[in-house]
Design a protein around this ligand. Sequence first.
Ligand code: BES
Ligand code: MG
Ligand code: ZN
Length: 492
Amino acid sequence: MKIKIENTNPIKKKTEMLCGFVLENSDKILGFNKINSKITDSVKQSLRDNNGVFGRVTVIPTNNKITAKRILLAGIGRKEKISNDTIRFVSGKIAQKASELKLKEFTIITPPSFLTENISSTSQITEGCKMTLNKFDKFKSKKECSVPDLSILVSDSKKIAKNIKNSEIISEGVIFARNISNLPPNECTPTTLANFAKMISKKNKMKCIVFSRNELYKKGFGGIIAVGQGSKNDPKLIVMEYHGGKQNEKPIVLVGKAVTFDTGGISLKPGEKMDEMKFDKCGGCTVLGIMKALSELKLPVNVIGVIPSVENMPSGESYRPGDIIKLYNGKTAEILNTDAEGRLILADALAYGEKRYSPKVIIDFATLTGACIVALGNNMAAIVSNDEKLKQKIKESSKRTTEEIWELPLNDDYMDMIKSDVADMKNIGIGRAAGTITAAAFLRNAIEKTPWVHIDIAGVAWTQGATKSKPYNPKGATGFGVRLILDYLQKI
Ligand code: BES
Ligand code: MG
Ligand code: ZN
């Protein structure tokens, strides 16, 4: 979709649909002061019907009273309840309507800035519309969805141009992460992901290193090798380097779990919904989306993306319950369930990221535990961290982006739960208790001293397209984490 900004008078704007925001119980379209003189009775009646109810959209014909063909009123609810997500969410509703009506283009009038102090409304409009209108139709013979273009009416277009360009890059990062996350497991193996990483690295001048199975074996990546050994699709460790900061400045390391399909291995999962385990690569895809966007934004930071990628399959060559393996950092792990594979490949990647790059911060993303969904459901990711300051920063970014997170604790009692009788650790806790935390405890053992935050995205990485869900998160992968971390990187 093409987005342009204009400071045209809304009354003179030639468009198939002129859309404006309306506060609850208000009889005005925000930012459209002059409409009152031109307004017809039907608009007034529709304003009363719409009443500014949050998320409600009302479309009315203009019967050539103004140059726009239709007016869309979009309710944003009560003024006190306006959040950093209101305009993004409601813009998504508008975009859905424009697509439903099969329009070629539509126009949104920017609301006054007092409503959205933290995150500019033009950013939210851009993100809301772009993220809503991307449909994953790569495997449809007939493409159903035509994507309309958008004009955003503002009072000062010069100041806002850069802002919108940035929001477009961020949304495209999210969409990129979604599109590869949505790929089916027969079309997306660790090698495919490595090729995507090489492609964006080449385009955006990043360094990309992909470790082959043989190299991983020789260098002692025992977790990645063990989990990957049951599949005919070789495991990979993908590393991307972006240098936008000072040469001697320590980087930020981002690690993402990319299990292209998680059958559970010998500890096989039940058949029902096993197809959803194609989304077990979402953490890695989030890192790819962030690397793409941050290199296009040319952010003045140094960032390393580390993506361990495997397929977890049962076969005669698979690793087994009972095996004891040695991780990259030399610690040994007793395997008691081959379905707890994410922590094994992440432990290798975290230890490598810390040892090789001496980063100032490590952040990891993973669809790590079903327990996370039990604890927090499908709207919040869990975070576990060893550093107060870093945690605070991530929480602030979460507030601004409305990619929601909730903290879980991690102390020595939990560390004790993964102690093994025969090895340094075991790869599961005690029964089902605190499953998300015991997984994080395993990761904690891979980090020596660096501030670290782990983000379990099991519940938020994809949606079933429930009716109450955010319009800009359509069915399928959400790209959760891309906006969150790009905000963090911009505020460092
Ligand atoms: N990828 C799964 C976690 C998962 C399950 C994410 C469902 C999203 C939806 C992970 O590899 C896994 O299987 N974890 C096990 C761990 C257990 C064996 C300790 C789980 O959560 O059941
Ligand atoms: Mg598993
Ligand atoms: Zn998994």
